[in-house]
Design a protein around this ligand. Structure first.
Ligand SMILES: [Zn+2]
Length: 500
């Protein structure tokens, strides 16, 4: 229990005396149409146990057949991560008993992974860090247990448990990094940046929908501390199933503070899996970590070895899309936006939207202003993603064009966006229906100008005596009278004409 009661060492202090080493294991559900070894659909959210068959239920006598698309996706991932692709490898049987494993074993890969020894660059705080990739292997997902009753939703204290096997057998790729030493204080940020980059990469490769909240991208974070100057790395812990990018960063940070406390107290860090809790930001002890021998791996006897022909691998390589890092560099050069804006666009998931808005005729600064500003606020308020807002890049580009043409000012443009989001139609329809176009017609403006002058004779007198700066107050009144629609420049000219 010493690990649970140890005090936390403040982060900066922990980093001043210990060097963290991190490593990440990421599970990705592949977006294939069917499961890894049978023809069942992989659709998310189907009624429980409706997408199952004798193979994925592990019934006696059923035989698996490997999914070619899943193998192709895995090779695609391996190539994009600069890995070596095996010319011959085998699946392995990983034995363990778990209720959501209908076969009581999982078909995985052990000492013969499909892809090995690659790397991926991530940029953090202006520097590029190369994260080594140990392996990328292919396996099948397990089912899902649902614990009913009790307060925590965990098995402890539950009245009974239900098992849904729809997920059992969905192809799962595991991407394992090499240990990342020398990260220092940046370790938590590097961990987050790595998962972000990997997510973007997987999305660009079209191999997964990479939704952390639906569990199609799941991350385990290994953390250990070494006393500064020591030659041997400390014992690591593995924090399981960290479900958001922010949690990846928090989990590493917490483990550094906790392990420093354990080590300061003269205790040893226990090799174990831990659970991260979103609400408290803390990790708690899970189970002691199994060793490989506990799984009694052996080559899967029901499947033939996997030997992707070199020509096929080269064909897959030739078909790789532009990868995210290269794309960001190209877009930044084309758009001329500063690094900070690019980072914000990326974090907001707005790169595609801005690109489409620019293609539809807006300038990059205009497009990024609307998507990162008002539209991001709307998305926030609705608790949705930018891409889910009921507005298209074409419509945003049209609003931008109306501002450029002088038909709208920024304030009116915001109301047009509101209207489009409220389902009132295209920007031009909203402008017409709400009467939002700027009024520069003298006949209409004159009335408001005269009223403003009449209402503030003292201000008018100041302007007559040459104090032109006072004109702002009257323009403000004209704007209010026209509900923000007056052409401010023209209103100013009219006021000065009348008071000269
Ligand atoms: Zn099946």
């Amino acid at each position: 229990m010493t690990t649970e009661t140890a005090h936390l060492v403040p982060y900066d202090e922990a980093i001043s005396r210990y060097d963290p080493v991190i490593g990440l294991e990421t599970h990705v559900e592949l977006g294939t149409v069917t499961k890894m070894f049978c023809g069942c659909p992989t659709t998310f959210g189907l009624p429980p146990n409706s997408a199952v068959c004798p193979v994925c239920l592990g019934l006696p006598g059923s035989l698996p057949v490997a999914n070619r698309a899943a193998i192709e996706y895995t090779i695609r991932i391996g190539l994009a991560l600069n890995c070596t692709i095996a010319t011959w490898c085998r699946f392995a049987r990983k034995n363990y008993f778990y209720p959501d494993m209908p076969k009581n074993f999982q078909i995985s890969q052990y000492d013969e992974p499909l892809c090995t020894n690659g790397w991926m660059d991530v940029s953090v705080a202006g520097q590029t860090i190369r994260v080594g990739i140990e392996r990328v292997h292919l396996e099948e997902d397990t089912g899902k247990s649902l614990h009913i009753g009790g307060v925590t939703g965990r098995i402890h204290g539950a009245d009974y448990s239900l098992v849904d096997y729809n997920r059992a057998g969905i192809p799962l790729v595991e991407v394992v990094t090499k240990p990342v030493p020398g990260a220092g204080a940046l370790a938590p940020v590097i961990a987050r940046a790595y998962v972000t980059e990997l997510r973007d990469l997987l999305r660009a490769l079209c191999v997964s929908d990479v939704r952390m909240e639906e569990g199609s991208l799941r991350c385990d974070v290994n953390t250990s501390l070494t006393l500064r100057g020591a030659t041997e790395w400390g014992t690591r812990t593995e924090t399981k199933n960290v479900n958001s990018l922010r949690s990846v960063e928090r989990a590493v940070r917490f483990e550094i503070e906790r392990q420093a406390g354990v080590l300061d107290a003269g205790h040893k860090v226990v090799l174990e899996t831990r659970h991260f809790h979103e609400d408290t930001g803390r990790t708690t002890s899970g189970r002691s970590k199994e060793e490989a021998q506990d799984y009694r791996y052996f080559p899967e006897p029901d499947l033939v070895p996997l030997a992707p022909p070199a020509a096929w691998v080269e064909e897959i390589r030739a078909g790789l899309p532009e990868l995210p890092a290269a794309r960001r560099a190209r877009l930044q050069a084309e758009w001329g936006l500063p690094e900070g804006d690019m980072t914000s666009l990326r974090n907001a998931g707005a790169l595609d939207l801005v690109e489409a808005t620019v293609t539809a005729g807006a300038s990059a600064p205009e497009a990024s202003k609307w998507w990162l500003g008002d539209l991001a606020r709307h998305a926030n308020e609705r608790g949705s993603e930018l891409a889910e807002l009921p507005i298209t890049p074409d419509q945003v580009a049209r609003v931008s064009a109306l501002v450029r043409a002088g038909t709208l000012n920024d304030k009116l443009a915001r109301q047009v966006l509101d209207g489009v989001l409220a389902g009132e139609g295209d920007p031009d329809a909203v402008v017409a229906a709400r009467g939002l176009a700027i009024v520069s017609d003298d006949a209409v403006l004159a009335e408001a100008v005269d009223a403003a002058i009449a209402a503030k004779p003292d201000v008018a007198a100041k302007i007559r005596s040459g104090k032109e700066a006072a004109v702002g107050a009257l323009i403000g009144d004209v704007m209010r009278a026209t509900k923000g629609r007056a052409d401010a420049g023209r209103a100013r000219e009219l006021i000065l004409q009348r008071l000269s």
